[in-house]
Every structure is written in structure tokens, then in C-alpha cells.
Design a protein around this ligand. Structure first.
Ligand code: PHE
Length: 355
């Protein structure tokens, strides 16, 4: 065995026995570097008689190729094993409390949805959900909306197909329909969610949020609606006194219908709720139309009730002094950091809604 062959044998053993990447790196330089075994052997070429050189070089090259293959096979094995070991050994205990919450804030819209849900859950409402992609029947027809109603116009509604049967819901009212068709009365639900209309300016965005309310039982009347909204607005704005007015309005799915304004005044550009003589519209409501109850298989002679639809984003703007709705959906981290809420501080009626 030549000296070269001996070294190759040794080095192969080393590769075979190596256990980690740093060992392999050392062996690699021992073999392949400028002063490594291979290059030192090549240097001998010059001192050989010309007719032996070709074979000699061919032999080194084949040894080199052989070593490279063994080496890269072993490297891959070691690398795979290191990754598997790392995955197996690096465990985090997710039951440990977080020490330092610096990043990640709850969006004001999510915060307001949590606040509103907490307020209504106190008086027995449960939460329902419906899909953003709705059919024409649930969004309009079942809600007693005539074929030629302006809301059905392409300018207002985002249709998803040519024959205008599938759409992005224009309000959360189809959740009323879904809830009534799914269960038996009485119903006492709220349904927060995304809604869509083709509109965009300082107080309108193509996607916005609503919260639907529906209370159907025997002998429910407008007085219950008024009491319920009065309670909600006081709790939401965390004030003892509010000014509220019902303005006659029209929705195809309620009769009578009203829009509700709350009284406020401005002090140094800040909104003070419950005083003053300015009015701000915050929701639409009314007594559910008998045709809607019929469409939803509810006996309208026995059962009746009210529904309302609140603009969530508007409430968030008012409560937290944000003056451009479009900024809600720009995903600007600095904005979220400023207006966002602590994820661990979940709003409840007992602990306070918005500390
Ligand atoms: N769906 C109505 C809207 O989007 C609001 C509303 C809901 C009105 C329920 C009455 C009853 O404007």
C-alpha cells in the first residue's frame, strides 16, 4: 500500500465515523484544500516520467471523485440527523405565561366586536355567523326586497356571477334568514361580520362590518327594541346618560322601520356622547316584517319581534376617535400599534370594556 493509499484509507474511516458537520468540515479541508491530500498528490506529477503522468493523474481524479461522493453522502446524512435531533429536542412549553408582549395588537374592529358581544351576551343574546358569499335569496328575496329595489343594482352590490344569483352579502341581515330557517323560535341572536358594498370615501369602504340583532318571541314590541338599544348604547359608550332618537325610515324587511341617532357635542374636536344637540346615525332597526317571518317558516300570528343592524366600524371610529375609515384596512403597523388593544385584555362587562 502506497503512502497515498494509506491516507485515503484513513480519511475514509474518518468520514465514516464523523458525527457532526464541524468534524466533516475539518475532514473536507484535510482532503480537498490547497494543501490537502489530493493536491499534495497532484504536486508529485511534475517529478514523474512523462509516460506515467497520464495514469497517475487519472488515478488521483478517480480517487477524488470517489471521496467526493462518499463525503457528500455522509454530509447529507449528518445534516438530516442534525435537523431531526433539533426538532426532537427543541421543545417550547406553551403552557408557560408570556413574559414580554411587545408585538401584536388587537384591531379596533375586533375589539369593538368583542365589546358588543359581551354587552349583548349579558342580556341573553347568543352569537350566530353566516358566510360572506351569499345567495340572492337570503340577501334580498327572503328579506322581502322587491326585484327592482335599488340596493340590487350592480352599482351597490358585488355580484359573483353573470346571472346575479351569488353575491358578497350587502348586510348581515341574511343571517336572520339562516337562523330562522335552521332553528325553531324563540330567537335571540346577534351576528357580527363582514359586509360589502361598492362604495369608497372617508366614511365608506367596499368591505365594512355590521352587527345584526334579532329577537323573536311571543309579544315582543317596539318598547323592547328601544329598551335594548338604550341599554346597549349606554354600555358601549360607558356613560350613564345618553340621548337617543328614533327617526322613521324604510327597510323592506321591517315594519315599522327606524334609524337611530345618538346625541353628541364636540369639545376641542373630541366627541362627547350623550350631551349637546348634534345627532349621529348609528343603526337601522324595526319590527320584523310578517313576510320575512313567513319566508323563514315562522308562524307570524304567534311570533313577532325586532331586528337591528349596527355599523361596527362607525362605532369604533366614534368611541376611539379615529376619523378616516379607510385607515382601518391599510394594514399599517404603526397605525395598529397606536389604535390597537392588548391581546390579553379581553373585554368583559365585569372587568370593563376598554381600559
Ligand atoms: N340591513 C340594514 C342595513 O344594512 C340594517 C337593518 C337591519 C335594518 C335590521 C333593520 C333591521 O342598512
Amino acid at each position: 500500500m502506497t503512502e497515498f493509499e494509506k491516507k485515503i484509507f484513513e480519511v475514509k474511516e474518518k468520514i465514516k465515523n464523523s458525527k457532526n458537520l464541524s468534524e466533516l468540515t475539518k475532514i473536507s479541508s484535510e482532503i480537498f484544500s490547497k494543501n490537502g491530500i489530493i493536491n499534495l498528490e497532484f504536486k508529485k506529477l511534475g517529478s514523474l516520467p512523462p509516460d506515467e503522468r497520464k495514469n497517475f493523474a487519472a488515478n488521483i481524479n478517480s480517487v477524488k471523485k470517489d471521496l467526493s461522493e462518499i463525503f457528500s453522502k455522509k454530509s447529507n446524512e449528518v445534516l438530516d440527523k442534525e435537523i431531526i435531533d433539533k426538532v426532537n429536542n427543541e421543545k417550547i412549553d406553551i403552557t408557560l405565561p408570556e413574559k414580554d408582549f411587545k408585538i401584536g395588537k388587537v384591531h379596533p374592529v375586533s375589539q369593538v366586536i368583542d365589546e358588543i358581544s359581551s354587552i349583548f351576551s349579558e342580556i341573553g343574546f347568543t352569537v350566530e355567523e353566516g358566510p360572506d358569499v351569499e345567495n340572492d335569496y337570503n340577501n334580498f328575496t327572503a328579506l322581502n326586497t322587491p326585484e327592482n329595489h335599488p340596493a340590487k343594482d350592480m352599482h351597490d352590490t358585488f355580484y359573483l356571477d353573470q346571472d346575479m344569483k351569488t353575491l358578497l352579502r350587502t348586510h348581515t341581515s341574511p343571517v336572520q334568514v339562516r337562523t330562522m330557517l335552521k332553528d325553531k323560535p324563540p330567537f335571540k341572536i346577534i351576528a357580527p361580520g363582514r359586509t360589502y358594498r361598492s362604495d369608497s370615501d372617508q366614511t365608506h369602504t367596499p368591505m365594512f362590518h355590521q352587527l345584526e340583532g334579532l329577537h323573536i318571541d311571543k309579544n315582543i314590541n317596539m318598547g323592547h327594541l328601544k329598551g335594548c338599544l338604550n341599554y346597549f348604547i349606554k354600555e358601549f359608550f360607558e356613560v350613564d346618560k345618553i340621548k337617543m332618537r328614533f327617526r322613521p325610515s324604510h327597510f323592506p324587511f321591517t315594519e315599522p322601520s327606524a334609524e337611530v341617532d345618538i346625541g353628541y357635542r364636540l369639545e376641542n374636536n373630541k366627541i362627547i356622547i350623550g350631551e349637546g344637540n348634534k345627532w349621529l346615525e348609528i343603526l337601522g332597526c324595526g319590527m320584523v316584517h310578517p313576510n320575512v317571518l313567513k319566508n323563514c317558516k315562522v308562524d307570524h300570528k304567534k311570533f313577532q319581534g325586532f331586528a337591528f343592524g349596527i355599523g361596527i366600524d362607525r362605532l369604533a371610529m366614534l368611541k376611539y376617535g379615529i376619523n378616516d375609515l379607510r385607515s382601518f384596512f391599510e394594514c399599517d403597523y404603526r397605525w395598529l400599534n397606536h389604535y390597537g388593544f392588548d391581546p390579553l385584555d379581553v373585554p368583559t362587562n365585569y372587568r370593563g370594556l376598554s381600559r
